[in-house]
Design a binder for this molecule. Structure first.
Ligand code: 4NP
Length: 156
């Protein structure tokens, strides 16, 4: 797991309007704090293109703002080039992983991982879309831990 050669990370969830843009934004802050912003490329994408071009969900943006984060990302779907352009692609739950495995070209260079492996105890980042405030807060809690560990386990 720890090959520490990661220079680029793509975070992936279903719609790319809640979890993965939040992960990208938190990771950006973690990298900035570590002085590594210019060395590591990060982005996020969705399994589906339903929300393409949209800002993150307003509830996710509000909860993010409460924690000092500003999500600037616009939703976009995962594309074939992503499997060559990123060293590591991190999905949020088992369903994301199944879809990523399905989309992954056989000669892809990206390694796939699930966010669950960067938190203790290992657990998926649950979809907050149809839930309430607690779900959005839990997403932030899990992703803050995951991003700190991604820095430690994959980058530094
Ligand atoms: P996300 O949440 O995968 O964390 O961005 C969702 C956003 C939209 C939908 C589902 C989940 N949707 O069905 O439109």
């Amino acid at each position: 797991m720890e090959n520490k050669k990661v220079k680029s990370i793509l975070f992936v969830c279903l719609g790319n309007i809640c979890r993965s843009p939040m992960a990208e934004t938190i990771m950006a802050k973690v990298l900035e704090d570590a002085g590594l912003s210019s060395e590591i490329k990060i982005d996020s994408a969705g399994i589906i293109d339903y929300h393409e071009g949209e800002k993150a969900d307003s509830r996710m943006r509000q909860h993010a703002a409460d924690h000092g984060y500003d999500i600037l990302h616009r939703s976009r779907p995962v594309k074939e080039e992503d499997f060559y352009e990123f060293d590591l692609i991190i999905g949020m739950d088992q369903s994301n992983m199944r879809e990523l495995e399905y989309k992954r070209p056989s000669d892809a260079t990206a390694r796939l991982a699930m966010a669950a492996q960067y938190v203790t105890p290992p657990q998926p980042v649950p979809d907050p879309y149809y839930g309430g405030d607690a779900g959005f807060e839990f997403v932030i809690t899990l992703l803050e831990e995951a991003c700190r560990n991604i820095l430690e386990m994959e980058i530094q």
